[in-house]
Design a protein around this ligand. Structure first.
Ligand code: NDP
Length: 341
């Protein structure tokens, strides 16, 4: 089977890492893929260079590389789409200005996906503000007329919080001296923003409660709590800025790696392991229905993703989740006032 995968913002930094990793992984797995690259008209010519480089890698998986500035052409028949390109925040822009610039892009792309993508296509939004961009795209996909009479469900639109999840795994592994594979049940809740909640409440390190392991390495339960609130959470939430400061450029390779993790796990399953994905809420854990918010998710072997249910939350967990959900609700209201919902 050959999968057709679209990548927007394909001349940008994240895509420059993502496209080559995607083709290399597919080649290693013996898969076949067709790539559809989308850019704005001002950047589309650069995609000829990207196409040439992909060709020069002689990836066995790559059956076709096409590029365009037309979303309908890019998304026709796709099995998956990474929506990476988005309007950057410019000096003087407030959140409403950013949502307005992106609302146009994601409404148009949502319509094109709704009309032309496979009815079970998987959409991963990377471009910020990712959760609300995904919400806008999902909304417009529902309204798009399809020749087969179907609908690309809003549940097929997700946003990337896997980078936050991976950052949290790495921080906990470093502090406890454990390997990342030995960590389970860690979760990112809420918005891909500073209000996100990296949650160790249910996490385990080599089968032992993470807070217990931290109490041992930090010198007691209070010191462990202090490390989580004062170090772990701000480090994970502020890591993007720290990378920019250190590297002089944004965290493009790790964002691409996380986007690939997200789609791979959503397609092939997580074998019971939790991953963090921003998915449409149906009211779980008090997150208002319809918002695209990060939750701990598991994906079955058939590729169906579901939010982990039945977790008992403390007051502290509740209030952090509520705070991030409140920010998402504000973004939804702004998008609504701007006429995108
Ligand atoms: P990047 O490829 O570095 O980033 C693209 C988007 O991903 C940005 O919105 C960025 O958000 C977001 N992002 C999410 N997580 C991360 C992370 N961890 N680190 C960095 N970025 C993250 O941007 P470039 O400017 O290099 O490329 C963007 C490309 O998109 C350009 O070529 C532009 O022409 C194109 N574009 C395409 C559109 C389309 O296809 N219709 C529409 C608009 C732009 P943040 O801004 O918050 O860093």
């Amino acid at each position: 089977m050959t999968r057709t995968i679209a990548v927007t913002g394909a001349a940008g930094s994240i895509a420059y890492s993502l496209l080559f990793r995607l083709a290399a992984e597919a080649s290693a797995e013996g898969e076949r893929i067709r790539l559809r690259l989308l850019e704005i008209p001002a950047a589309v010519e650069r995609l000829e260079g990207v196409r040439m480089e992909l060709e020069d890698c002689a990836f066995p998986a790559l059956e076709e590389i096409a590029y365009t500035a037309d979303p309908e052409e890019a998304f026709a028949g796709v099995d998956a789409a990474f929506l990476v390109g988005s309007a950057p925040r410019r000096p003087g822009m407030d959140r409403a200005d950013l949502l307005e610039a992106n609302g146009r892009i994601f409404a148009e792309q949502g319509r094109a996906l709704g009309a032309g993508a496979q009815p079970d296509a998987r959409v991963v939004v990377v471009g910020n503000p990712a959760n609300t961009n995904a919400l806008i795209a999902a909304e417009h996909a529902q309204r798009a007329p399809r020749t087969d009479g179907g609908v690309l469900s809003a549940d097929r639109f997700t946003a990337l919080t896997r980078l936050d999840h991976n950052r949290a795994l790495a921080q906990l592994a470093a502090r406890t001296g454990a390997s990342v594979e030995s960590i389970e049940r860690l979760a990112i809740w809420g918005n891909h923003s500073n209000t996100q909640f990296p949650d160790l409440g249910g996490a385990a390190v080599a089968g032992e409660p993470a807070m217990q392991v931290l109490a041992r390495v930090c010198g007691g339960p209070d010191a462990a709590e202090a490390w989580v609130a004062g170090d772990f959470i701000p480090t994970v939430a502020g890591r993007g800025g720290a990378v920019i400061e250190a590297r002089g450029a944004s965290s493009a390779a790790s964002a691409a790696s996380a986007a690939l993790d997200h789609l791979r796990d959503w397609t092939h399953g997580t074998r019971g392991r939790w991953v963090s994905m921003a998915v449409r809420s149906h009211g779980e854990y008090g997150v208002p229905a319809g918002l695209i918010s990060s939750f701990p998710c598991v994906v079955d072997a058939d590729g169906s993703a579901r939010i982990v249910e039945g977790l008992e939350l403390t007051g502290e967990q509740r209030s952090r989740i509520d705070a991030s959900a409140a920010e998402l609700e504000e973004e939804r209201q702004t998008a609504d006032h701007l006429g995108f919902l």
